[in-house]
Design a protein around this ligand. Structure first.
Ligand SMILES: Cc1cc2nc3c(=O)[nH]c(=O)nc-3n(C[C@H](O)[C@H](O)[C@H](O)COP(=O)(O)OP(=O)(O)OC[C@H]3O[C@@H](n4cnc5c(N)ncnc54)[C@H](O)[C@@H]3O)c2cc1C
Length: 322
């Protein structure tokens, strides 16, 4: 179990009983159903099929889905603690964060009534697993639509490229760009929240390591460089968490704009990579070995600066507001 190395006080809107219960349920589920299989899933490159249906049975999938389609009728606060738990405990490869709060919301926001009734209950139960693909035929801004599909096989769910165009979301072609513009701020904030969760895990691992590892007859935490480095990292991670909470507050009020969400995505994911790189350094040679969680975090953190729109594109969006 992770001992939160930051202890940022949760704001009142987040520190609610139902949200806290959900957070504990997600953490309990991950510890029981995911962590024991983590190494095997990593080697196989796919998670067990059952984890999806078990998560569905436990009421953990699509927590913000509307009640009329079988959802719990929650909101971003439940998504927030879900992403935080997944990243804090280290099951980043599961894909449930994408399923819950990127793919499913496209369906309840833009799908036809028939699509909502057909797809959402199956996504909430874990029978269907969501993926998202953006089609851009002429490389430019003329995104043609957003289509979701997942194909079941013997081991689990895999994206089938040939089928990504077999169902149009909503009534007309050519709406993908507008749908994206509305949904991307939340998706980008999600990347920031995931980054905070992983930073906490990296700090927790590293603080424990520098207390145990000895060099020149003392724990490496006794060196002032280690103390100062960790003090800097803790400060940056704290600022990142507070900023993500601020952006979440805006999102819940419907006020999170593209530029502010871009700040969360770019700065927090850049900070995540910087922090984990320093944590690898503090692990010395062990930081380069895959058996050590910090080495895997270093590898997994890197993509956060690329997907969801690269961090250079985030700066472009921010600069347009100058
Ligand atoms: C693991 C992973 C998962 C992904 N998941 C999904 C998914 O689920 N759904 C989905 O649709 N996509 C997904 N993507 C795609 C992802 O969103 C894109 O890779 C990302 O937006 C960058 O686009 P690109 O790869 O075309 O890079 P390019 O646009 O070719 O960029 C290459 C480089 O050029 C820079 N660059 C490009 N344009 C500019 C500019 N105007 N100014 C300055 N620099 C610029 C970029 O910053 C980057 O450094 C995923 C990618 C990865 C790696």
């Amino acid at each position: 179990m992770l001992a939160d190395p930051l202890n940022v006080k949760r704001p009142e809107w987040l520190d609610q009983e139902d949200v806290n219960i959900f957070y504990e349920a997600v953490k309990g589920f991950i510890e029981k159903e995911c962590l024991p299989h983590g190494d095997r899933w990593e080697k196989a490159g796919v998670v067990d099929r059952e984890v999806w249906t078990k998560a569905g049975e436990a009421g953990l999938l699509c927590p913000a889905a509307p009640e009329e389609y079988g959802g719990a009728g929650g909101d971003w606060r439940h998504d927030y603690v879900f992403h935080m738990a997944v990243s804090e405990l280290g099951v980043d490869g599961w894909g449930a964060s994408l399923h819950n709060s990127i793919v499913a919301p496209y369906i309840w926001h833009y799908g036809s009534e028939e699509q909502k009734k057909r797809l959402l209950p199956k996504m909430i139960s874990g029978e269907y697993v969501g993926a998202i693909a953006m089609s851009e035929p002429a490389a430019g801004s003329d995104l043609q639509g957003i289509k979701t599909t997942a194909k079941k096989d013997g081991n689990g769910y895999r994206i089938n490229g040939a089928k990504t165009y077999d169902a149009l979301l909503g009534p007309e072609e050519g709406q993908g760009f507008f749908q994206l513009m509305e949904q991307l701020p939340q998706e980008r904030l999600q990347i920031g929240v995931q980054a905070v969760g992983m930073m906490k895990r990296a700090l927790d691992e590293t603080i424990r390591y520098v207390k145990e590892r000895h060099a020149f007859g003392k724990p490496i935490l006794a060196f002032q460089n280690t103390q100062f480095k960790l003090a800097e990292l803790k400060t940056k991670a704290t600022i990142a968490e507070v900023f993500c909470q601020h952006c979440s507050d805006l999102l819940l009020k419907g006020e999170l704009d593209a530029a502010t969400a871009s700040m969360a995505k770019y700065w927090v994911s850049d900070t995540q990579c910087e922090l984990i790189d320093e944590c690898v350094q503090l692990h010395g040679g062990y930081g380069f070995m895959n058996e050590y969680p910090v080495a895997r975090m270093w590898r997994d953190a890197r993509v956060q600066r690329i997907y969801g729109g690269t961090n250079e594109i985030m700066k472009l969006l921010i600069s347009r507001t100058l």
